[in-house]
Every structure is written in structure tokens, then in C-alpha cells.
Ligand binder design. Sequence first.
Ligand SMILES: [Zn+2]
Length: 93
Amino acid sequence: MTGAEDRTETVCRVCGFEGEVFWEGGWPNEAAICPCCGNEPDVGDAGVMGLRNYRGYWVGQGAPWSSPSAERRHKHRGWDLLEQMRNIPPQWR
Ligand SMILES: [Zn+2]
């Protein structure tokens, strides 16, 4: 069995965006920044309350993408925020 510490997370804990390595071996990948919500993985994210605060703030701003080119690519494919948010692992919702 693999512990949570060994897992690589490729889904943003805040917005559910998939495609970057955000966490590896229980540590934040400091080079990663979510092209969608702009969250940088941080040990502070280990608490679900902080994530909920950030997510609430971000959605309250209209859920702006931090990367315009990624936004164009995804919106072109019919990106849907609520659908993406279903990717958020249950423990971070
Ligand atoms: Zn995100």
C-alpha cells in the first residue's frame, strides 16, 4: 500500500485543474503554479480551511484564470468550472 505521502498530485486542491505536478511525496512542488486559479502549492495548503478561503475568494472574483493562454486553450474545449471542480479530491473540498 502506498501512503498519502508517496502520492503525486496532479490536481489543483483549490480549483480541480489537472495537468501539473502540484504535490510530490507529500511536499509542494514550488515550481508549480496553477494556470487556472493561480494557487501555488504551499505547506499552508495542508489545511482545508485555507483552501476553502482561497477558493471562495477566487470564485468570488469570477474565477479568473491566471494564465490567459491556458484559459484560451481550455475555454476553446468547452471548459466548465463546476465540472472541473468535481476533480477536487474529497478531502480538499
Ligand atoms: Zn487551481
